[in-house]
Every structure is written in C-alpha cells, then in structure tokens.
Design a protein around this ligand. Structure first.
Ligand code: ADP
Ligand code: MG
Length: 502
C-alpha cells in the first residue's frame, strides 16, 4: 500500500488529502496516479466506490496552473448527481491549492452557470448535453484543456450520450491527456479508446479484489411470498445504521418503500422515474442519516457515492454478477465493514452460483430470523439506548418525578414499561408486494443487444414490470399516517448516537 506522500504530489495536495482522512491509496489510485502524472492516456476499469475520482483528480490538480484562468481540465460524467459529486470531491482535493472547480449540468439555471463560467473555473465537470450547450453558446472554451476525463463511460453509453461525447472530444485540443473510466468495457467504449486516445495504458481492478476484504456476504433461501417478513425481521435483528435494499424493478422499489414505511421503518425509494429534485432530496436525507433504509433500483444507485452504508439487502438477486458486485460495493467502503444479504428463491440458486464464480467468494447461508429473534433484537437496542442515557446524560431534571414513580410502582415494572415504549415489536402489519417471478432458471441467452447484456443496469425493464398496479407515482410522503405508529418518533440528532430510535 502506498501513502499519498510517496507519489511526488505537491505538499498542498497531500495536505488536502490528509484533511479528507485518506490514509493509503486504493488499488486504482496506486496504479493510476503515476500514469496520470506521467501524462499518459489511460483506460481504467473498476467498480463504483474504488476511489476513481482521486485517482484521476490528484494528477489533474497537480498540473493545474493557478495563474492561468483557462479551463484546463474537463470531466464528463453521465448524470447531474455524479457531476456534482465529482466536483465536490475535486474541490476538497484541491482545497489547499485553491483551484476553481465548477459543475455544469442540465436542469439547472443556465444563466447562473454562464455567470459562474465567467469566473474562470480551471476544472469543469459536466454532463454531456450541458457541456455541448455551453460550447455552442461559446460560454465554455476548451482550447486550453490539457486533461480530459470520461467518467463512468459505459453508463454514458447506456444513456445514449456517445454522439455528444464524440462532439465534445472534437472540441478539445488533440494534444491532451485523456483518461477514461468504465465499470465494463463494451466494444463502443473500446472504440473511443482507439479513436480518441494515444496508446492508452490499461488499468483493471478486478471485482474480486474489491469485494473480498470487508464485506460479509450471506444469502437466504426464501420464497417470494415470505421475503418481506424476512426483510422486516432482519432489519429488527440487525438494526442497521444505514441500509440499502435493492429491488429489481421500479414497482418493487415503490412498493417496498411504502411497505417499510407502514411497518415503522424510516424508508424512502429512488429510481429513474422520480424527478431529479426528488432523487437529490432523498439522497441528501439518506446521507444525513434521516432515512434508515434506502430502497433503490440498480440504476438509481449506480455510481453514487453513498458512504457509511452498513447493510445491503438484495431483495431480488440481480440478473448478472456485475450488478451484484456494484450493489454490494455500496458497503464496506473506505475501510468500513459491511454486510450483504441476498434473497434467493429456490429456483434461482443457479444465479447465486454464477455470482459466486465471479466474486470468487462463497456466500454463507443464513436462516431467516424468527419473530422471537426479531423481538430480542429490538429489546437489545432499547436496552443499549437506556444504558447510554443512564451513563452519559445529565438526568437531574428528571429525577424528582422518577422518585415519585418509584414510590408508586415496582422498579422492574417501570423499567419494563420503558423497554416497551422504546422497543419496537416486530411489526406484522399486512402489506402488499406484487410478486415477481423468479429469474428464468437457465442463465444466459440474453438474446442480441449490444454490450453483452450488461445493459441491465437500467433498472426497471426486466422481470415483467408493468405500470398497472403502480398506483402511486410520486406518492411517497403521502403515507404520513403511519408515522404516528412509532412508539418513539424522535431521532437523535448526532450521527451514530443511537443506532435506531424507533
Ligand atoms: P468511484 O468514483 O470509484 O466510485 P469515488 O471517487 O467516488 O469512487 O470514492 C468513493 C469514496 O471513497 C469517496 O467518499 C472518497 O472520498 C473515498 N475515498 C477515495 N479514496 C480514498 C482513500 N484512499 N482512502 C479512503 N477513502 C477514500
Ligand atoms: Mg466515480
């Protein structure tokens, strides 16, 4: 493992990296940073959450001439969320060097962006459409770009941005360094490499190197009908600090988030049909710890940097192993431990084996928790909470009344009442989840299509998603009535203060 001080980066940059709390370079950073510094072109293949931004960002920042007000580096990213995320990371990495970073993306006021562009950003991160728009309006000049990055290139391909990208590439001086990152390498991406890059170096971080260390992987064999009760109990027993539940379709995501909400969990869903604003607000709430369970389709969660996820639940096993690797990559990041639990219908066991062949790691079987175990889990959490308050908080104001209570009632009864108030009984509220058929038992044969069937990240689609029955688009938040059912609705302010306060 390499320390950041060993790459020959400016002191100021190393200082910013330290400020961010990075101790050692990740594998992709270790390989990419020297190539980046040497000015060579590069094609990097690695899954989400491996630290690609710093991998291309640090050499890029090193090369920025602060005295020059031209745009010197351009990063193209598939979505607004990603563009914002990358720009925030670059801003932090260049904090001590004082580089100006700007994100430009659609769906946001263009005249404000034009004003920001006039302030001479040195690094611009943007989505393809908006970058082209600014090029055409002559509000973005790229004649002095030295470094060009295509981030999540396969995703841009899936979203149909390939022509836009080619148009942008033609606007950037050919005497530049180009770095391309992609989780998969379908042919059109390779061709970009051949056509627009000079003798690129290939860096590939294999999925198995990434998933191995910190993520405990389990599977539970469960029939479709029982999945939801098993999920509720798991949440009760494990009491995850931050959890993501992955569902195969948008309908699933809607139904699951509503059902979880009905059973008293603080859950929200994201998928591609939600508005930009809604997705952003859900993500923000999740990052701030205001939502305990995020329910998502693959595509909605892809590439987003959501850190601190402790548990990933695959409500449906993904169709292809790469999706699985992406999903569980949401947890166990940056040195933190994580747990992934995959539900498998008996007929889908073949898929599980295929996933295991890819990750080269066996998943451990897990038994669905019983009601008693779920209840015990909730009691344990309530007890931890009481212990924490007793030992750490100033209770002076409560003691007088507490003594009165103790005179009237037995101490054990009072403690029991407190537990009853705090502990959430495993909730059996009936919910409706539309059944999905198991995946076809023969794996493969995806029939035609480009990208070797990897396009499944698009979420939705497969698995017979129809709009019927999806009574509630944009209906989240209207089910507020269920919230009162929580014995204790308040959440502690500080992160990780109490694990869960329901
Ligand atoms: P990717 O683009 O590969 O999905 P990111 O660049 O978004 O990954 O990084 C994922 C997360 O890991 C970010 O929160 C980032 O700050 C953090 N990170 C990156 N490099 C390191 C490192 N060397 N040590 C610890 N955390 C890191
Ligand atoms: Mg990234």
């Amino acid at each position: 493992m390499t320390k950041f001080s060993e790459f020959g980066l400016d002191e100021k940059i190393v200082k910013s990296v330290e400020r961010m709390g990075f101790e050692e370079a990740t594998p992709i950073q270790e390989k990419t940073i020297p190539i980046g510094l040497a000015g060579k072109d590069l094609i990097g293949q690695a899954q989400t959450g491996t630290g690609k931004t710093a991998a291309f960002g640090l050499p890029m920042i090193q090369k920025i001439d602060q005295k020059n007000g031209d745009v010197q580096a351009l990063i193209i990213a598939p979505t607004r969320e990603l563009a914002i995320q990358v720009s925030e990371e670059l801003y932090k990495l260049s904090y001590d060097k004082h580089v100006r970073v700007l994100a430009v993306y659609g769906g946001s006021d263009i005249s404000r962006q034009i004003r920001s562009l006039k302030k001479k950003p040195q690094i611009v991160v943007g989505t393809p459409g908006r970058i082209l728009d600014h090029i055409n309006r002559r509000t973005l000049k790229l004649d002095n770009v030295q470094t060009l990055v295509l981030d999540e290139a396969d995703e841009m391909l899936n979203m149909g941005f390939i022509d836009d990208i080619e148009s942008i590439l033609k606007e950037v001086p050919s005497e530049r360094q180009t770095l391309l990152f992609s989780a998969t390498m379908p042919d059109p991406i390779r061709r970009i490499g051949e056509r627009f890059m000079h003798d690129p170096e290939m860096v590939r971080i294999k999925a198995k190197e990434m998933t191995a260390l910190l993520i405990e992987q389990f599977f539970i064999k469960v029939h479709e009908k029982e999945k939801f009760d098993v999920l509720s109990r798991l949440l009760d027993v494990q009491s995850p600090e931050l959890a993501i539940v992955f569902g195969r379709t948008k309908r699933r995501v809607d139904e699951l988030s509503r059902a979880l909400d009905m059973r008293g969990y603080v859950a929200e869903g994201i998928h591609g049909d939600l508005t930009q604003a809604k997705r952003m607000s859900v993500l923000r709430k999740f990052k701030e710890g205001k939502i305990d369970v995020l329910v998502a389709t693959d595509v909605a969660a892809r590439g987003l940097d959501i850190s601190g996820v402790t548990h990933v639940y695959n409500y449906d096993i993904p169709q292809d192993p790469e999706s699985y690797v992406h999903r569980i990559g949401r947890t166990g990041r940056a040195g933190k431990e994580g747990m992934a639990i995959t539900f498998v219908q008996p007929r889908e066991m073949g898929y599980l084996r295929t996933v295991e062949q890819t990750t080269k790691k066996r998943m451990q079987p897990l038994k669905p928790p019983t009601w008693d175990e779920a209840f015990a889990g909730q009691l344990r959490i309530a007890t931890e909470k009481i212990t924490e308050i007793v030992t750490e908080e100033n209770l002076a104001d409560y003691k007088a009344v507490a003594s009165e209570l103790l005179e009237k009632y037995d101490a054990t009864d009072i403690a029991a009442a407190m537990l009853k108030m705090l502990a959430k009984e495993p909730d059996q509220t009936p919910v409706h989840i539309t059944e999905e058929r198991p995946l076809p038992s023969r794996y493969g044969g995806k029939g035609g299509g480009n990208g070797k069937g990897k396009g499944n990240y698009r979420g939705g689609g497969k698995g017979g998603y129809r709009d019927r029955n999806n009574s509630g688009k944009g209906r989240r938040g209207s089910n507020s009535g269920s919230r009162d059912r929580r014995p204790n609705g308040e959440r502690s302010g500080g992160k990780g203060n109490y694990k869960k306060s329901k």
